[in-house]
Write a protein that binds this ligand. Structure first.
Ligand SMILES: [Cu+2]
Length: 122
């Protein structure tokens, strides 16, 4: 009894270390959003990445604000879309009603600093 316990504890520690390192290196996309990378817009350092995004008609996009210290915004004036994204948060933006075409989008807080982009719906 006395000699077995440390070995068991050791195996347990190794097992936990392995599984936790796997979790951090492979971000798990939500299973229902298999094509999410095509419709994901990141805001980082007060820039949209990518600055030009193409989606299919009927798709929604998700804006992921990687700037944890500031709020950003996604606006398309002509489509009456305006969505705030808190620092470090993700927000879905309903672009599913947009007709095919090209739309200028911008962050209303940092537009003057060049935080703009183009969304193409095809
Ligand atoms: Cu912004």
């Amino acid at each position: 009894m006395r000699t077995k316990a440390p070995a068991v504890a050791m195996l347990f520690v190794i097992g936990v270390a392995c599984s936790s390192s796997n979790d951090t290196t492979t971000p798990q996309p939500s299973p229902t959003e298999t094509a999410s990378s095509d419709t994901t817009l990141v805001t980082q350092n007060s820039r949209f990445v990518p600055s030009e995004l193409t989606i299919s008609a009927g798709q929604e996009i998700q804006v992921q604000n990687k700037d944890t210290d500031r709020e950003h915004n996604f606006s398309i004036t002509s489509a009456s879309i305006e969505k705030d994204i808190e620092g470090g948060e993700n927000e879905d933006v309903d672009t599913s009603e947009l007709a095919t075409g090209t739309y200028d989008f911008f962050c209303k807080y940092h537009q003057s600093q060049g935080m703009t982009g183009k969304l193409t719906v095809q």
